[in-house]
Design a protein around this ligand. Structure first.
Ligand code: IVH
Length: 682
């Protein structure tokens, strides 16, 4: 059924009643689907309910309520997150790592209270590995969501919070709670995380390292419509402020929050006495691996709220709660051999090749050994049984060697003093712990340099994959980036049996890549710290690669966004004669290394701009690029020094500030006119 076919009641009264009814129904089905995983209707039927509600709200915009299910996703990008003060400090938890420390905590609790209690009652909750947030509801309506920040002030992430389907926009009528602040942990379920990463890999985007990073990155994303597509979820764990109801225990608060429709964790229990707590925590050490979310420990909280008052808090932690951290997942396995990987800059990295083991749900078959000194220090030998650990991070580590398991067959590893790929000397230079292959012509280095050069963000040469590169470099057909541009059809067909058409396509792609522009050239050269953004910034201030090659460290540092580390790296890259030679050669083969400025008339020189709201014809980056091209600058906050504010749809508070400051306000048409005609508005 198309949207136009949906029947919208002719009278506003009836429309209002129907909208209310639809909202209730949608909320009911949301609960069934997201909380109980037990949907009662098909996705299509659900979509029809939402569409009908949208049609009514389109017809009668003043009937839209803030808690309407249609209000979860807004399409405006967020300028910058405002900081907000929390109702009370969001403290963190003190950590313990063994049973004794838990017993000490229990002793401190007993000592800190007047009443004599033999066995204190605790509530034990999983410690979810996500991102702490605070949600504020006023008269049952979700008004604000914020990050923990430094504990006292966090960032207002309300539009993103509203996209999380398990966060109710309105508290249920079953609870006495109306105006409350609750706290909880936003996280990404393991299965959804895996699925999302697979998608990202397919789309050639970088996968996230772990669910926690994915959740944290998503929550602070500036585009709520992107956030809405990421599978975030939440567990609420604290009622931090309430204007209604009286509660004696944390347990009662949890029950009431559940009634309110908030999502609580199912594995929360009450136990009397610390020994019971310890037993429960131990029971979960293995079981936690079966959960569909990552936890890094358990939290024990004194149940009685009057005791919370009595015990109080230090500046950082409450004295009535403690976190127990499980040790990182570790297992022993055989280290079969040590492989040396040679990177783009010639760095030799030792990698342990392991008999595959299952660790925290993934198969681990390689681990980093960092460098030569580390192998020496840990006395790692090929054939050793080693303890491997995967601690949140994606790259597993070799913790130590189990020396008892040695039977004499293990071989001490001689770290090569020659590059395993080209046989040149591998030297330790100065204080560096790493050994580097000194031969800039080393095939391993060449291959990786070419891979970066041909990659999407650089020259985007389709068809120049790692397999073909391997062959081209192995056969000596390509020794440098410049050689790519000397490749002919015959050479290509002799190296790799490629068809006529694909050979022609590849040669065309290589030819076209000569004109990708200076920013991509700079990125493709692989200068340390020069990513796409930095490369672009450099081209806003310099017209050719020669200018950049000859710029001093001080000159580079004068550019906004270029700090000393980046500047130093650029200078030292171009001090190297090999690199200068490479640039010369590329220039000779016809790679364009100049910035073609259609109009170098910098009519915006010295002008400061602020952008706010959603523009229709420009993305934020495009608008910024256009301003910078003509010498203007874009800053994020309005001040007395701001010359122009460009205002899109749904502008933020920046517009009010700009009006106060008397800044010139431009709508998008005026902005486009100014740029098209290179004319400052009068
Ligand atoms: S209680 C004062 N309960 O762990 C009480 N925190 O270091 C503080 N966390 O910032 C929070 N699961 O983000 C509490 N069941 C749970 C938790 C939990 C995860 C996070 C939270 C907090 C950090 C404490």
């Amino acid at each position: 059924m198309a949207r136009d076919d949906l029947k919208v009641p002719g009278s506003k009264d009836r429309a209002e009643k129907r909208a209310e009814r639809l909202r209730e129904e949608i909320r009911h089905h949301d609960r069934k689907y997201y909380f109980e995983s037990d949907p009662e209707i098909s996705d299509h039927e659900y979509d029809m309910l939402v569409k009908e509600l949208e049609a009514i709200e389109d017809e009668y915009p003043d009937l839209v309520t803030p808690d309407s299910p249609t209000q979860r996703v807004i399409s405006t990008e967020i300028d910058e997150f405002e900081t907000v003060e929390h109702m009370s400090t969001m403290l963190s938890l003190d950590n313990t790592y063994n049973h004794e420390e838990l017993r000490d905590f229990d002793k401190r609790v007993k000592k800190g209270i007047d009443e004599k209690i033999d066995e204190v009652e605790y509530v034990i909750e999983p410690k979810i590995d996500g991102l702490g947030v605070a949600l504020f509801y006023e008269d049952k309506i979700l008004k604000r969501g914020s990050t923990r920040g430094d504990g006292r002030r966090g960032e207002d992430i309300t539009p993103n919070i509203k996209t999380v389907p398990t966060i109710p926009l309105r508290l249920s009528d079953k609870t006495v709670l109306n105006t409350v602040e609750v706290r909880g942990e936003v996280y990404m379920p393991r299965d959804a995380f895996e699925e999302m990463n697979q998608e990202r890999i397919k789309e050639e985007k970088d996968p996230f390292a772990n669910p926690r990073n994915a959740a944290a990155g998503t929550v602070r994303n500036k585009d709520p419509s992107v956030v809405a597509q990421r599978p975030l979820d939440i567990f609420i764990y604290t009622l931090s402020y309430h204007e209604e109801g009286e509660f004696d225990t944390h347990w009662e608060c949890l029950k009431e929050m559940k009634k309110a429709g908030l999502k609580l964790n199912d594995n929360v229990v009450k136990k009397k006495g610390i020994e019971e707590v310890i037993r429960h925590i131990d029971d979960w050490e293995e079981k936690k691996e079966e959960l569909n979310y990552e936890i890094d420990g358990m939290v024990a909280k004194v149940n009685r709220l009057d005791l919370h008052e009595e015990l109080g808090a230090t500046s950082k932690h409450p004295r009535w709660a403690i976190a127990y951290k499980y040790p990182a997942m570790r297992k022993t396995t055989e280290l079969k051999e040590i492989e040396i990987h040679v990177g783009r800059t010639g760095k030799l990295t030792p990698i342990a090749i392991l008999e595959p083991v299952q660790l925290s749900g993934t198969t681990v078959s390689r681990a980093s050994l960092h460098n030569e000194d580390e192998i020496e220090r840990k006395d790692v030998r090929e054939g050793d049984t080693v303890l491997v650990e995967k601690a949140g991070e994606i790259i597993p580590q070799v913790v130590k060697v189990i020396k008892d398991k040695r039977d004499g067959s293990q071989k001490k590893f001689e770290f090569p003093e020659e590059c395993p790929v080209c046989g040149s000397e591998a030297k330790r230079i100065g204080e560096e712990v790493a050994r580097r292959c000194v031969n800039a012509q080393c095939p391993a280095q060449i291959k990786q340099r070419l891979e970066l050069w041909g990659s999407r963000g650089a020259m985007d040469i389709e068809g120049l994959g790692p397999k073909l590169l391997d062959k081209l470099v192995e056969k000596g057909a390509v020794k440098s980036i410049a050689d790519l541009y000397k490749l002919g059809k015959i050479q290509l067909t002799s190296v790799e049996r490629m068809g006529d058409k694909s050979t022609r396509n590849l040669l065309d792609e290589i030819g076209e890549s000569k004109d990708m522009g200076l920013a991509r050239v700079l990125y493709g050269l692989g200068i340390k710290y020069v990513g796409s953004r930095v490369a672009q910034v450099l081209t806003h201030h310099h017209d050719s690669i020669n200018e950049i090659m000859d710029a001093s460290q001080e000159e580079l540092e004068e550019i906004d966004e270029i700090g000393p580390k980046i500047a130093e790296s650029i200078v030292s890259f171009f001090e190297d004669q090999q690199n200068r030679k490479m640039v010369d050669e590329l220039e000779r083969t016809g790679v364009n290394m100049k910035v073609e400025r259609e109009d170098t008339h910098k009519f915006l020189e010295g002008k400061k701009f602020v952008l706010t709201g959603a523009l229709n014809d420009h993305t934020r980056d495009e608008a910024t690029d256009r301003i910078e091209k003509y010498g203007g600058r874009v800053t994020s906050a309005v001040s007395g020094a701001t010359d122009y504010i460009v205002v899109g749809e749904n502008p933020g508070s920046k517009l009010d500030k700009a009006k106060e400051e008397g800044t010139t306000v431009l709508n998008e048409d005026e902005f486009s006119y100014m740029l098209d005609n290179k004319e400052l508005p009068t």
